[in-house]
Design a protein around this ligand. Structure first.
Ligand SMILES: Nc1nc2c(c(=O)[nH]1)N[C@H]1C(S)=C(S)[C@@H](COP(=O)(O)OP(=O)(O)OC[C@H]3O[C@@H](n4cnc5c(=O)[nH]c(N)nc54)[C@H](O)[C@@H]3O)O[C@H]1N2
Ligand SMILES: Nc1nc2c(c(=O)[nH]1)N[C@H]1C(S)=C(S)[C@@H](COP(=O)(O)OP(=O)(O)OC[C@H]3O[C@@H](n4cnc5c(=O)[nH]c(N)nc54)[C@H](O)[C@@H]3O)O[C@H]1N2
Ligand code: SF4
Ligand SMILES: [Mo]
Length: 882
């Protein structure tokens, strides 16, 4: 058996270590020695082995849809960039990159733009993700430096999770919190989120505040702490500046508990309880994420939260601190290399003359770009109006993930030079490319990433890239050489780049920049290969890395003091009104990663929540005539989408939730960002993804249907059309506003295939069913009706059978399972594929009353634990109905 290779997970910013055993089937296990996860893994990480493989991979470079050799493609890219710069100047070229690049990829692409091409028009999808937190940290602490470690979370007595659904988005970190709370029930957990999410499963207090009002809450907390003698006067006086102004602003906006309760639409008692807990608990870590960042006042929300930590001196000590959770695996690495348009490299500022001169000297280039480049939203706006004439997109899918995404797509379609480096063929952005460059991806590339707690880990290759795919650093280096920058792009390996990156971080640093891994600048290839995970800084003062920053109360500002920022809370820019009465919140689900290019490749991850949905409170559903499981159209001034209605009292009345994931590659008319507006925070440029006013109305198709088939469906069918890759077959959920008329004829034209056909048609009632078997094996089954289709999980189960007997065949068209067949139902546990029916039955029959008992009986919840909150919910429901 091949030896297991240590690497890291390519998904979220927890940065879990994995042990991978390559082979025909790739085995992925959590690494018990990696400090981020200590042997834990979540549903997405555990399923990684099943997401590999060549299907839908981009295997060759292409120009205008024609496959070409690398030489031709690289010459073409270099030539297009050069000719645009010659004709229109360097500002006419832009790069849009990603927190999923490895640090080495990221370093070279940033160097090429800012050091060689003469502009700073490189921005990254981290703009959509971390930029508000970056700006908040930088303003408060002097540098974009996360002060805490995961250990602090376990050492805290109070954890506040604000705008974070960690149970689904940082699952292993959440598991660590759950384990700690089990060990130490006195640990208090407060969740601040308008929705009751899976994360609330362990919350002692859930503040379901009015969307967008967090700044009132944290301002209110600051003024409360001042009133109640909760400040650390010594720390404030010695180590901070700006306290008076911050307090005055906080008092002005949120003078009392009733005022906060009114602004946030929360019961005053809940606000008081939260404030009391914070006041009394010195060891507090406040974690925040997109519920605060993705807002037109995201920087202020971060600042209001950090203010409370500075005012209480709760920073730089064990078990305390303001902790922004990074989303992508290398969001932090991107910040280190200065991947954002307004940064330089190694935490230096583009607007600092001395820093620019230093970096230019270090790189050996005449100058570096001296003005910040375009931020993501402005960058695509410049593509739209023709200022940017060539754009190179790397490891991100902006046609799905940018706000007002239809406009982004139109801009790319109209742009003459769209270069896309990606690893898949079928993404919405790849469809807009003029030049396509096949990138190597996880499992095939080597380099480093940095997680939320500043821990640098090696990502290691364990298999060769398929076809002609190449790592991003190589592609960028080759283009740079062809543009004439070979002397400053001498790299032969990621290790070469890492050494330069490390050296720059320590270059003329003298303790001024916290980001310093200078001690690694001479690491040789062999040591780079075996580099163990470690946290920056890594320098003379911290040769083994540092777990916590600012322990001495000194901050990297001119006077060494941290800054409290005055915050005047602002509501979202566009608020709900008559025409668009509901607020659409968007975000993530447990088993999908962003635009699904990887996670939708395995049925293990498509079954938990198989379709795009709009989650709505039952009261709103009544008001807008929506019923559970029916289809709805969600509309904003920007666009509309179709989704399945999910009634859920966990939702705040007035607010709906739509997942960000679905896109044209897997669904029609289901992109959340067709609806969001390109409204951004004035400082960070981060879009307001969480507060789009919309209306929701029933979508009344004339027919609904589903198709389960071994072969993918190529024919265009359905206004609502979702493709759900499933175990051994493809599932399509379909609905249309107009019917092809004779379904039998339609099937003959589009689904024909050899074998035995069975058909049932009732044209008058608009019902049609057919199935095809080959040698007794089910090949497809297709159901159409005006409404009211049968449950389908049992039909899916039939694809696992090698032979269907007469009874089974009859059941197919009858739309009812044969008596005695065990129907597992909707999947709950992704690891052991345990369905809802199985769970409900076992709970009833075996009298199971706890998650542990379920685990013992069915294994559900015993591997990654991601479904535990849902298991608890199912138990509660069973109790209620009993
Ligand atoms: N499964 C999965 N995990 C992921 C990802 C993924 O795609 N899938 N992506 C990764 C990435 S890149 C990121 S950035 C992270 C994001 O991780 P999170 O930020 O945890 O995820 P989101 O679902 O975007 O949003 C978090 C919560 O913010 C809440 N929210 C909305 N409006 C408000 C508000 O006004 N105030 C407050 N307090 N909360 C509000 C939402 O209801 C939601 O529950 O996840 C990472 N992990
Ligand atoms: N409405 C709404 N929109 C959002 C958000 C939200 O909460 N709501 N969240 C925002 C946030 S926080 C984020 S981070 C973004 C994420 O949005 P995106 O970055 O657009 O999403 P991904 O699907 O992760 O795109 C990564 C792409 O890189 C490709 N890829 C994978 N590995 C490699 C590699 O090694 N090299 C190259 N060249 N390509 C590779 C994948 O195939 C995929 O096409 O979405 C943002 N958009
Ligand atoms: S929590 Fe899950 S998705 Fe995130 S790094 Fe760990 S295994 Fe990967
Ligand atoms: Mo993100």
């Amino acid at each position: 058996m091949a030896e297991a290779i240590a690497t890291v997970c390519p998904y979220c910013g927890v940065g879990c270590g994995l042990k991978v055993r390559p082979g025909v089937t790739v085995e992925v296990k959590p690494d018990p020695t990696h400090p981020a996860n200590l042997g834990r893994v979540c549903s997405k990480g555990a399923a990684l082995g099943e997401t590999l493989g060549e299907s839908d991979r981009l295997l060759q470079p292409e120009i205008g849809g024609v496959p070409v050799a690398w030489d031709a493609a690289l010459d073409e890219v270099a030539c297009r960039l050069r000719s645009v710069i010659d004709a229109h100047g360097p500002q006419a070229v832009a790069f849009y990159v990603s927190g999923q690049l490895l640090t080495e990829d990221y370093y070279v692409v940033n160097k090429l733009m800012k050091g060689c091409l003469g502009a700073a028009n490189i921005d990254t999808n981290s703009r959509l993700c971390m930029s508000s937190a970056v700006a908040a940290y930088k303003r408060a602490l002097g540098e974009d430096a996360v002060p805490c470690s995961y250990r602090d979370i376990e050492e805290a007595d109070l954890l506040v999770l604000a705008g974070s659904n960690a149970a689904w988005t940082h699952p292993v970190l959440y598991q660590r919190i759950v384990a700690e709370k089990q060990r130490r029930p006195a640990l208090r957990v407060v969740v601040v989120d308008p929705r009751r999410t899976a994360t609330c499963d362990i919350a002692d207090l859930h503040l379901a505040l009015r969307p967008g009002t967090d700044a009132w809450l944290f301002n209110g907390l600051l003024s409360y702490l001042a009133r109640e003698g909760g400040l650390d006067q010594g720390f404030v006086e010695t180590h901070t500046q700006g306290f008076e102004a911050a307090l005055e602003a906080a008092r002005g906006a949120a003078p009392s508990i009733p005022a906060v309760a009114a602004a946030c639409e929360l019961p005053a008692a809940q606000v008081a309880e939260f404030f009391r807990l914070f006041l009394r608990t010195e060891k507090t870590v406040t974690l925040w994420s997109q519920g605060l960042n993705q807002s037109s006042s995201g920087v202020d929300k971060g600042a209001a939260l950090i203010n409370c930590h500075l005012a209480t001196g709760r920073i730089g000590r064990p078990g305390m601190g303001p902790f922004s959770l990074t989303g992508q695996p290398n969001a932090m690495g991107g910040r280190e290399v200065g991947g954002l348009a307004n940064q330089l490299a190694a935490h230096m500022d583009i607007e600092d003359d001395e820093a620019r001169e230093r970096v230019a000297r270090f790189w050996g280039v005449p100058t570096v770009a001296d003005t910040p480049g375009l931020k993501a939203v402005d960058l695509f706006e410049a593509v739209a109006d023709g200022r940017v004439k060539a754009v190179w997109i790397m490891a991100t899918n902006p046609v799905v993930s940018m706000p007002d995404a239809d406009r982004v797509r139109a801009a790319l379609q109209a742009c003459e030079h769209v270069i896309v480096s990606d690893c898949v063929r079928g993404s919405d952005t790849v469809a807009c490319a003029d030049v396509l460059l096949p990138a190597a991806t996880w499992g095939e590339k080597d380099g480093t990433v940095t997680n939320s707690e500043r821990r640098i880990s090696r990502m290691r290759a364990f298999m060769p890239p398929p076809g002609d795919a190449r790592p991003d650093w190589w592609i960028v280096t080759e283009v740079a050489r062809r543009m004439g920058y070979g002397d400053v792009f001498p790299y032969r390996s990621p290790a070469d780049i890492f050494r330069e990156h490390a050296a720059l971080s320590g270059f003329e640093n003298e303790g001024r920049r916290v980001f310093d891994i200078g001690a690694l600048k001479d690491i040789d290839d062999a040591h780079y290969d075996v580099l163990a995970p470690l946290q920056w800084p890594v320098n003379a003062a911290h040769p083994q890395g540092g777990a916590r920053l600012f322990a001495d109360g000194c901050f990297p500002t001119a006077d060494g003091r941290a800054r409290l920022m005055p915050v005047t809370p602002r509501a979202p820019v566009v608020v709900a009104g008559d025409e668009y009465p509901l607020v659409m919140n968007t975000g993530r689900i447990r088993d999908q990663w962003h635009t699904m290019t990887r996670t939708a490749r395995t049925p293990r991850l498509t079954t938990h929540l198989p379709e795009p949905f709009v989650q709505i409170h039952p009261l709103d559903a009544d008001l807008w005539h929506l019923s559970d499981g029916a289809l709805a159209q969600v509309t904003s001034p920007q666009g509309s989408l179709l989704a399945r209605v999910r009634l859920d009292a966990a939702q705040r009345p007035g607010a709906v939730f739509v997942p960000m994931h679905w896109n044209e590659a897997y669904a029609r008319n289901a992109r959340a960002n067709a609806l969001t507006a390109a409204i951004t925070d004035p400082i960070s440029g981060q879009p307001e993804f969480k507060h789009a006013p919309v209306r929701v109305a029933p979508f009344r198709p004339v027919w609904e249907g589903f198709l389960l088939t071994r072969e993918p469906l190529s024919a265009p069918l359905g206004d609502y059309r979702v493709h759900i890759p499933s175990r051994g077959f493809h599932r399509y959920e379909l609905a249309g506003e107009s019917s092809p008329g004779d379904w039998g004829q339609w099937v003959q034209a589009h689904l024909l295939g050899p074998g035995e056909w069975m058909e049932y048609a009732d044209p008058a009632a608009g019902r049609y069913r057919c199935a095809r078997l080959r040698d007794g094996r089910l090949e497809l089954v297709f159901f159409v009706a005006p409404a009211g289709l049968p449950e389908r999980s049992w039909l899916g189960q039939m694809f696992a059978e090698d032979f269907l007997d007469d009874m089974a065949r009859m059941s197919l068209l009858a739309g009812r399972p044969v008596t005695g067949m065990r129907v597992v139902g909707r999947q709950v546990c992704a690891c052991f594929n345990v369905g809802l029916n199985t769970l409900v039955e076992a709970i009833g029959e075996q009298g199971l009353t706890s998650v542990e008992a379920i685990g013992a009986a069915l294994q559900a919840g015993t591997n990654c634990g991601s479904c535990v909150p849902e298991l608890r919910e199912i138990l509660a429901q069973a109790r209620r109905s009993a």
